[in-house]
Design a protein around this ligand. Structure first.
Ligand code: COA
Length: 171
């Protein structure tokens, strides 16, 4: 995994332009996914701050997906929301699982994060499996919380706790 480069835009537009990806994500992930969408995404990701960490995922030197962690604020300040996707022709190779594990490890070591959570559509069995393999626990089911493609779905909240978290002294 590495930070995004402006030169990734062409490959990103190619690998992201799949309905199978967009249909499992929030509506701010467009389909079709244009070069302009790719350029805008990479531009925003360059603002990688302590609050928003975005990484490109590579497998055998090929760009195959993306992973991000958004750190929350106010009373949720030690929470991070994780999101990820892999281009469909690379599914089932363990890439998402490995990427999520790396991101958790990085976040727990390098940032003040107590809890990392994911909000998953109930239709998304593959992502549920990824989170289970990464030792996330299912915390909640938000009944009919999601409307996607004109259909209601439940939203699953999965989370993992940083057992070694020490509260900063200025909290
Ligand atoms: C979810 C996603 C990231 C998984 O990526 P991946 O690299 O294929 O994931 P992995 O190979 O690490 O693991 C997938 C697991 O799900 C399982 N799986 C795949 N399809 C499944 C299905 N329909 N039902 C149940 N399990 C399924 C695989 O068998 C594998 O589990 P296993 O190792 O126990 O066999 C990918 O499908 C994707 O990008 N989907 C669209 C975007 C998305 O859903 N993002 C997550 C939003 S929360």
């Amino acid at each position: 995994m590495r930070d995004w480069l402006a030169t990734d835009a062409g490959s990103l537009a190619l690998i992201a332009n799949h309905y199978q990806i967009a249909t499992m994500l929030r509506n701010n992930f467009p389909f079709p996914f244009s070069i302009k969408n790719a350029t805008d995404f990479i531009y925003r990701s360059k603002k990688n701050t302590a609050f928003n960490i975005q990484k490109a995922i590579f497998f055998k030197d090929k760009l195959v997906g993306a992973i991000g962690l958004e750190l929350k604020d106010d009373v949720f300040k030690y929470n991070g929301e994780i999101g990820y996707w892999i281009t469909p022709d690379q599914w089932g190779k363990g890439i998402a699982t490995e990427s999520v594990k790396l991101m958790i490890d990085f976040a727990f070591k390098a940032h003040p994060v107590k809890r990392i959570f994911a909000e998953v559509f109930s239709d998304n069995s593959a992502s549920v499996r990824v989170l289970e393999k990464c030792s996330f626990e299912k915390e909640a089911i938000l009944k009919n919380a999601i409307i996607k493609n004109g259909q209601f779905q439940d939203c699953y909240i999965f989370a993992i706790q940083n057992q070694h978290f020490l509260l900063p002294s200025n909290t």
